[in-house]
Write a protein that binds this ligand. Sequence first.
Ligand code: NCD
Length: 297
Amino acid sequence: MPFKGKSFLTVKGLKTQDLEPIFKSALQVDLKKPMGDLRGVASLVFTESSTRTCSSFEFASHWLGLSVVKLNTSASSLNKGETLSDTLLNLDAMEPLVHVVRHGGGERLSEIAPLLKSPVISGGEGSEEHPTQALLDAFTIYKEFGSIEGLRIIIVGDVFHSRVARSNIILLQQMGAQVAYASPQNIDTHGIERFEKIEDALRWADVCMVLRIQHERHSKNTTIGISEYTKQYQINFERIQLLEKNSILLHPGPVNREVEITSEALGDGRVRVLDQVKNGVCVRIALMAEILGVKLQ
Ligand code: NCD
């Protein structure tokens, strides 16, 4: 069991056999029937905006029987110059069973977590990694195809600034998928193939993962012009038809309708966006249970 008592900050090094127990547990979860045996607190600190990740950790905590204490970061001492590490050290002194943290970068969770008594789960760190998003994406693909091995996965959009893309590129390759991208920017560092034309990428892919343009992480030099972007990369009704019948389309949310994808395309039967959201709760339940050492069955 590679997760028990440990922090979960990166997908680096994770293999299919490490994740199979998590996926098997996640498949068993009935969200309408909470297990509710755990007693204790999950401490949530989100210094960046979140809808899905934060709520799904709250849902997962409640399902397991944990109480949730969520720091109101905009009214917290983070605004008085206290660092993230001091904030977490103080919350850790109140003895939660687990911390869930999202932050915009600067300090590193890998350096803070060893200072704390309770494990830390990353809810997204700068443009570095979003490991539980990659887990739920891999789970969504696994549920659909039964295995990730050999699948062709295209990541479309602002890959360069996306922590979701970064974690997915690492994890899906480790699980045997062929990952490529179609994007206005080059991301040489990952050593994966780039498709020049979105049309070719869509014809090739078993799974198409679409990203939001991460404006908040752009510098003046990397701004993407929306009209040029939509012309070249937007998933619209005509383009989504290029996907094979059994292919699927993912998006981590939040969706900017009519930018990276049109409402018409979102209505296509191959779109799994809301399945991802539900799977996110199930996977986070399974992961938290492993970390906290409780059996779900
Ligand atoms: C993503 C994030 O915050 O990194 N969303 C998410 O957690 N589901 C992607 C984004 O903000 O575009």
